[in-house]
Ligand binder design. Structure first.
Ligand SMILES: [Zn+2]
Ligand SMILES: [Zn+2]
Length: 360
């Protein structure tokens, strides 16, 4: 049995936008105190998502249970399993905790038994409704933690647990098939760079929108079919024209919305070819997608909301990374720098995904 300390480090939000407290002596659930059905995870890395920033800043349209430990992309290893837990999980096995930390998993729940568990009415969100992954130890559900392939370094697994699953889920719901075009804006960002790689891995053609030589280089290294630097165009209508020209003169078959920059959001549907699909994934409050009805109906468009992903989406998303088909770009920072990390994210000065190293 691995020894478990009585206390460990946790990053605690004490209120909306307040300085984040580094609690050096946060109590750790002891193995004998685990409930049946729970595992204790020694977390090694946690990705930092835009939603973490929004939650800390109070941008989501509901109150949070402060004090609250943020974070929902945690990757670590099981150090204890609650007595009486019926599970195939083993002590030492790598697992992840994602945005949906647990659901009812009852056979009578159509969402949980139908592969749509993220929509379970009893779902609990990590770092939002319950304490999250910006800490060193965490008890979680043996039925709902995500097994991580043994060969996958945990700092790469972490961002897959939200950004990767969300990207993969969006593509699965994009009504596309190999050879179809997708347009991804914010393509070099935390979500975008993963969406691009998943899209290419399943044979989609990608028109990537972002800006700057660095992002161009990164995205071209993945093999995107076209890089569109939005700063080369004077407004959204010019960008749309460039995208259409790239995509057979018609526009893409689908557009996952990985980034919510205003002009491109307002014109979101105008990118699409007839019968195209807009997949909304990135969350922001007070944000609307507007559909001009003549165009929307005349082109037979679809708008799909894609909410993170299911348990099986998470397994698939990790498998792509374990097989080397998708490689997250990560910037690893010490956990005690959480506040600076969130502030960096707010300024948008990040290439790839920020990941906190949780163990000293
Ligand atoms: Zn997230
Ligand atoms: Zn359920």
């Amino acid at each position: 049995m691995t020894s478990v300390p009585a206390t460990a480090v946790a990053c605690v939000y004490e209120g909306v936008g307040k300085d984040i407290k580094i609690d050096e002596k946060h109590p750790v659930t002891q193995p004998q105190d685990l409930k049946a059905g729970e595992v204790l995870v020694k977390l090694e890395y946690s990705g930092v998502c835009h939603s973490d920033l929004h939650l800390w800043k109070g941008d989501f349209p509901f109150p949070l249970p402060f004090p609250l430990i943020g974070g929902h992309e945690g990757a670590g290893r099981i150090v204890a399993i609650g007595e009486g837990t019926d599970t195939s999980l083993k002590v030492g096995q790598p697992v992840g905790v994602k945005w949906v930390e647990s659901t009812c998993m009852d056979v009578g729940c159509g969402f949980c038994s139908g592969g749509m568990d993220q929509h379970c009415l009893k779902a609990k969100m990590s770092g939002c409704m319950v304490d999250g992954t910006f800490r060193q130890y965490m008890a979680s559900s043996a039925k709902y933690v995500t097994p991580i392939p043994e060969n996958l370094p945990l700092e790469y697994a972490a961002p897959v647990l939200c950004a990767g699953v969300t990207s993969w889920g969006a593509l699965k719901r994009s009504n596309t098939k190999p050879g179809d075009w997708v347009t991804i804006s914010g393509a070099g960002g935390g979500l975008g760079h993963l969406a691009v790689q998943y899209a290419l891995a399943i044979g989609l053609r990608v028109a990537a929108i972002d800006t700057g030589a660095e992002k161009r280089k990164l995205l071209e290294s993945y093999g995107v079919d076209k890089f569109i630097d939005f700063r080369d165009y004077k407004d959204a209508s010019e960008i749309i024209a460039a995208v259409k020209e790239t995509c057979d003169g018609l526009g893409p078959h689908a557009r996952p919305l990985a980034s919510l920059t205003k002009p491109l959001l307002t014109e979101a549907l105008q990118f699409l070819r007839p019968r195209g699909t807009l997949v909304a994934v990135a969350l922001a409050s007070n944000t609307k997608i507007e559909a001009e009805l003549f165009g929307f109906i005349g082109k037979g468009l679809t708008i799909v909301g894609s909410y993170v992903g299911s348990r099986s989406d998470a397994l698939e998303a990790l498998d792509f990374v374990a097989r080397g088909k998708v490689k997250p770009q990560v910037v690893v920072k010490p956990m005690r720098e959480i506040q600076q990390v969130l502030e960096t994210l707010e300024k948008g000065q990040v290439d790839g995904r920020l990941v906190l190293k949780l163990q000293d």
